[in-house]
Design a protein around this ligand. Sequence first.
Ligand code: NI
Length: 262
Amino acid sequence: MLGSMIFESHAHYDDKQFDPDREELLSSMGEKGIGKIINVGSDFTACKRTLELTRQYEFLYGALGIHPSDIADLNEGVCEWLKESAALPKVVAIGEIGLDYYWEKDPEAQSRQRYWFCRQMELARELSLPVIIHSRDAAKDTLKLMKDIHAQEIPGVIHCFSYSLELAQEYVNMGYYIGIGGVVTFKNSKKLKEIAAQIPLERILLETDCPYLSPEPNRGKRNSSLNLPYVAGEIASIKGIGTEEVIAQTWENAGRLFTKAV
Ligand code: NI
């Protein structure tokens, strides 16, 4: 399995932190072992930039969706735009969508988050696309909403997983993948290391969430997909297997979930 390429399942190369060197960086991905990238939309502007990037780079695919912290961008017109644009061949998922109660404490605003999360889940169902879910400090409501709408019928990944092992297992039982990134390399992230140990490799996706959450030894610096070997290496050492196996299996997993990323 030597020479496998890495599938980066969650990046934000539209972010202005990449303005100085985006072209140079993205052009170097292939030769550095990054085979495919999903650029994930967060607000409306990021979604439009994502579409541009999918046109520019053959190995780059897009996910379109509005992040819970950016739902002020959402209305019926934008929903219609998402629906039309998601039909494009290189749009492989709806995301990132979900709930974020860490940044939003107002109960009414949280209820709007739930409304638009639900709307975008239904959009994914209608389009037969997988979802990329962001959930922070909203474990209970995320699970309840997903159970209520029978989310086990909609394939997807819980990205940057930050909850308990029990909850990770619950999502795996619903058919979901667990997105693991730089946090797993942090010394104090015992919970996520335990999840990486217990969850079958067949259910794990590699992700950066770059420019955020750079793994050790680059913690605190701007992140990019080039740091993914550190994440794969950490998961491999936790599971007691080879890094190449982690890279090859997560590539296969991502292909199984994001069926349009061919
Ligand atoms: Ni993200």
